[in-house]
Design a protein around this ligand. Structure first.
Ligand SMILES: *Cc1c(COP(=O)(O)O)cnc(C)c1O
Length: 417
């Protein structure tokens, strides 16, 4: 007998490519079909067959307070009564902009957009417009959304599906994207030497979290800050995952480094489609309608999404011990993996177990992981009522709603694998 999820999936594949609206949801990497979600509350999600899971996907990061967090949901419901979209400015956009700038006080201005993809794509256009240079440097295994120029050795679903590149992206589109190795200083120096005066920006996930969690080596981010400054190149931190997660001020606060631009997504929208890019006043001067870099959006700064973002950021700002609690929770899980002899990387509340003997410091190490073993682990966890990302190359996301009982249940599941 098939489950309700299987039936729904069979219906979905008839009308949606692969039955999903984002590839990694398809569970292909773990050779299964996805569970369809009915609802979620706190740290738990419930599928259409009535199974309950402790959720470590948390919508891939946004639900840092847990699902259906009351102050966020109540504010969203109230906002709906005033209309869903106007295409004209509202005072709430300024409130959210200021909440974001409080996280990164060295920045000048914020532009709100609808997705992380859009935020990064726009930030890169701004960096090119500002520096009047074309080339950018990205790192193998870092994911910056699905815009054409950035789909080169990207992580996340591309790694899972083992497409090194996407079809449909003309060669010329990626010709200005230079590739370096994360945590490898020499690979970055070589690109700067070979492209003197031509590199507009270096974009990096300050903690890589789309090839599994890979922390920056001591001094690596400082090195990036130095070499970009010395070459008139902008440093862009893609904090779509790390922003408001490692600390309220994200990775720039956590590591004490000030990039020239930052992109936010995921947490900043409180679970709604909202993202942002920020830069210093001087850089953001180039953005239209003030400057000549065009970037626009019919639904950008949508009042409902902005409301969710404001309430989530307010809650995070009001109780910064959240960051201590979620890190401690992650550290207990880290301990459980280590006791089981499983390699694990952790930074704050972001962690990934890796099915490989060696330490994981970069993309080449990640590629050595045993994905068959991961698939077995995934099945075991799901059977035990633990929902982790269906891929070796993703982070586990902890929320403040995860309880002691969740922790014990998860440790039990790890022990019995
Ligand atoms: C998720 C992610 C993106 C893309 O964001 P979307 O909202 O999925 O478009 C970009 N950069 C990083 C680091 C991400 O994790």
């Amino acid at each position: 007998m098939s489950t309700k999820s299987e039936t729904l999936f069979n219906d979905a594949v008839q009308c949606i490519p692969g039955g999903v609206n984002s590839p990694v949801r398809a569970f292909r990497a773990v050779k299964r079909t996805p569970v369809f979600i009915d609802h979620a509350k706190g740290s738990h999600i419930y599928d259409v067959d009535g199974n309950e899971y402790v959720d470590y996907v948390c919508s891939w990061g946004p639900m840092i307070l847990g699902h259906a967090y009351p102050s966020v949901v109540d504010a969203v419901k109230a906002a709906c009564d005033n209309g869903l979209s106007y295409g004209a400015p509202t005072s709430k956009e300024t409130v959210l902009a200021n909440l974001i700038l409080e996280a990164v006080p060295f920045m000048g201005k914020v532009r709100l957009v609808n997705s992380g993809t859009e935020a990064v794509m726009s930030a890169i256009r701004v960096a090119r417009g500002y520096t009047k240079r074309d080339k950018i440097v990205k790192f193998r295994g870092n994911y910056h959304g699905h815009s054409d120029g950035l789909l080169v050795t990207a992580g996340s679903g591309l790694l899972t599906e083992s497409n090194p590149d996407s079809a449909g992206v003309p060669k010329g589109y990626t010709a200005t994207t230079l590739l370096a190795d994360y945590n490898d200083v020499a690979s970055v120096e070589a690109l700067f030497n070979a492209n003197k005066g031509e590199i507009a920006a270096v974009i990096v996930e300050p903690v890589s979290a789309n090839m599994g969690v890979v922390p920056p080596k001591e001094g690596f981010l400082e090195f990036l800050r130095r070499i970009t400054k010395d070459n008139g190149t902008l440093l862009i931190f893609d904090e779509v995952i790390t922003g408001f997660r490692l600390a309220y001020g994200g990775a720039s606060e956590y590591f004490g480094i000030q990039p020239d631009m930052i992109t936010f997504g995921k947490i900043v929208g409180g679970g709604m489609p909202l993202a942002a890019y920020v830069g210093t006043d001087e850089i953001m001067e180039v953005v239209a309608p003030v400057g000549d870099v065009y970037q626009a959006g019919t639904l950008s700064g949508n009042p409902i999404a902005v409301t969710a973002g404001i309430e989530q950021l307010k809650a995070l700002k009001a109780d910064k011990d959240i960051y201590i609690r979620i890190s401690e929770f992650a550290s207990r899980l880290e301990q459980a993996y280590l006791e089981k002899g499983i390699t694990v990387n952790r930074v704050g509340s972001l962690l990934s177990p890796f099915f490989t003997e060696a330490n994981v410091n970069g993309y080449d190490d990640v590629l050595k992981c045993d994905t068959e073993k991961f698939a077995e682990y995934f099945k075991h966890m799901l059977d035990m009522g633990i929902y982790v990302a269906p891929s070796q190359f993703e982070a586990m996301f902890i929320s403040d709603a995860h309880t002691k009982a969740d922790l014990e249940k998860t440790i039990e599941a790890i022990k019995s694998f």
